[in-house]
Design a protein around this ligand. Sequence first.
Ligand SMILES: Nc1ncnc2c1ncn2[C@@H]1O[C@H](COP(=O)(O)OP(=O)(O)OP(=O)(O)O)[C@@H](O)[C@H]1O
Ligand SMILES: Nc1nc2c(c(=O)[nH]1)N[C@H]1C(S)=C(S)[C@@H](COP(=O)(O)O)O[C@H]1N2
Length: 177
Amino acid sequence: MPLPKIAIVTVSDRASAGTYQDLSGPAIFDWLKEAVLPPFEVVCRLIPDGADSVATTLQALCDVEHCSLILVTGGTGPAPRDQTPEGVSLIAERHLPGFGETMRRANLAEVPTAILSRQEAVTRGASLIITLPGKPAAIATSLNAVFAAVPYCLDLIGAARIETNPDVIAAFRPKGA
Ligand SMILES: Nc1ncnc2c1ncn2[C@@H]1O[C@H](COP(=O)(O)OP(=O)(O)OP(=O)(O)O)[C@@H](O)[C@H]1O
Ligand SMILES: Nc1nc2c(c(=O)[nH]1)N[C@H]1C(S)=C(S)[C@@H](COP(=O)(O)O)O[C@H]1N2
């Protein structure tokens, strides 16, 4: 059984330039350490905004690094430099709209501007890509809302099997699966 590989990608002009410290990538890492049972390998990327930057990075993480799960933060809003969804659509094979709907609903309970995020999930081969808002506070809210369905999604696309800590996330795999 291959070791699950999980990628964390921070998309931010200012964090990648060192203008401010990236807090969102580490927030994803901290969340994973609580929610996903070891062993798993983590790879991290910190890149500027832009469709090409996002597409090139994600394509390599899927096709070369063979990451089962790729968690992306930032660039999902409507500002001109927010181009994460445009980059994702360049490399996406299938869209899973339930993820975006569910994450936005969860974030909407915290801020009315949650509807500005074009956060979503797509698959490419045996990789699942989930995009999250750049705000560090949105990370746990978004992941808590959808992660119960992630392990079974990885099973279905032929990715590595992951197990969760049931005290944090009770993964749901239909009976007989
Ligand atoms: N990776 C990050 N680490 C820490 N804070 C972040 C990060 N990404 C975003 N933020 C915070 O969320 C706010 C709004 O997020 P948004 O993605 O709109 O950032 P931004 O202003 O476009 O940043 P950038 O220019 O770096 O892409 C930012 O001003 C910043 O305070
Ligand atoms: N929980 C939560 N969700 C949130 C926010 C937030 O502060 N908290 N910010 C919103 C705002 S203001 C924007 S523009 C979008 C997109 O953010 P991004 O461009 O950093 O991805 O996420 C939204 N979702």
